[in-house]
Design a protein around this ligand. Structure first.
Ligand code: DAH
Length: 334
């Protein structure tokens, strides 16, 4: 066999052994066999000095290339084996109790959100979801909010610098349209989620916060259903002494539109009689139509409120920014 042929054959068996090494020590042994002081490859290198001068360039080049291939395969296999060594050896029993207690706890916003979801589930609502990066159609147009409406002002809305003018949803109401288009009524959903507005952070505002949207569409739905549902949920969340007051208001996607004020001992402690807590109303026939539902057949109501506000009331928190600072001294209290 010529030297070139032997280089190729030593290279192939080196690659074979390195790639087949079952663990790190087998890999080290294979490395020694080929690249070590007396290794097969080292011997070939030595032979280079003994062959006729005119054959040396070709043989030298072949040796270099082979060595590079062997070395990169060595590195690759080493990384694979090192990664494998960090993984659990046997199957993991995920049902075993944790070794440490109290590694963390749920964020107050998560706690409140889950309580809200639980209260609505009892009444037959399911959780729906939609994208945070929305388009103008779902966030505004389909909800009857025309292009010259102040809510669309760039002062309020974060736009994304991309084709199609996407935006960060300013409310979870955008999901109403998505759900209505996806499944036929009857629909009973709530949508907890993050929303964005160009508010400067102060004690009660933050550029991102959370809302819960509710939507109920069926035959013959009335404002009475809306009041009953909202009252039942707020009593469950904030105590049986809760009183609610519904005031006329304006939203482009409901008719009539109402605002809900809320009162209980917690509110009085803040020195107020009533606190504005949610917007709601009967879904506007045009909105139903935009989403492909016949308003002659279906009617519905919708509401939206801020989760932070509920959590602040419930826990007596006066600065919204505490929710996002991740200060464990704050988080440990829940
Ligand atoms: N989207 C409104 C907001 O962000 C809240 C709201 C009001 C939601 C009335 C609704 C509704 O579904 O019917 O302030």
């Amino acid at each position: 066999m010529s030297l070139l042929e032997r280089i190729e054959s030593v290279k192939l068996s080196a690659l074979n052994e390195l790639r087949g090494a079952a663990d790190l020590s087998a890999l080290d042994r294979a490395k020694g066999t080929f690249l070590g002081p007396g290794g097969h490859f080292t011997m070939l290198l030595r032979e280079l000095g003994t062959i006729p001068r005119e054959m040396r360039p070709d043989a030298g080049k072949a040796l270099n290339l082979a060595k590079q291939e062997i070395e990169s395969s060595l590195i690759e296999r080493r990384e694979e084996l090192e990664l494998r060594a960090t993984l659990p050896q046997g199957p993991t029993d995920v049902t075993l109790p944790g070794r440490r207690r109290g590694v963390g706890r749920q964020h107050p916003l998560t706690l409140v959100t889950e309580d809200i979801i639980r209260a609505f589930r009892k009444l037959g609502f399911v959780v729906a979801d939609g994208p945070e990066v929305e388009d103008e159609y779902h966030c505004f147009d389909a909800l009857n909010t025309p292009a010259d409406h102040p809510a669309r002002d760039t002062q309020d809305t974060f736009y994304v610098d991309a084709p199609g003018r996407p935006l960060l949803r300013t409310h979870t109401s955008s999901v109403q349209i998505r759900v209505l288009k996806q499944m036929p009524p009857p629909i009973r959903i709530i949508v907890p989620g993050r929303v964005y507005r160009r508010d400067n952070a102060d004690a009660t505002h933050n550029p991102t916060f959370h809302q819960i949207e509710g939507l109920y569409v069926d035959r013959g739905v009335t404002v009475g259903d809306l009041k009953g549902t909202v009252e039942s949920v707020f009593r469950e969340l904030l105590g049986s002494d809760v009183r609610l007051r519904f005031r006329p208001h304006y939203f482009s996607y409901t008719e009539p539109s109402l605002e809900i004020d809320f009162s209980n001992a917690l509110v009085r402690k803040l020195g107020k009689d009533w606190l504005e807590i949610a917007g709601c109303g009967m879904v506007h026939p045009q909105v139903l139509e935009n989403a492909g539902c016949d308003p002659e057949v279906w009617s519905g109501w919708a509401f939206g409120f801020g989760i932070e506000r509920i959590a602040m009331l419930r826990y007596g928190i006066t600065d919204i920014r505490l929710f996002y600072e991740n200060d464990v001294r704050f988080l440990r209290q829940f």
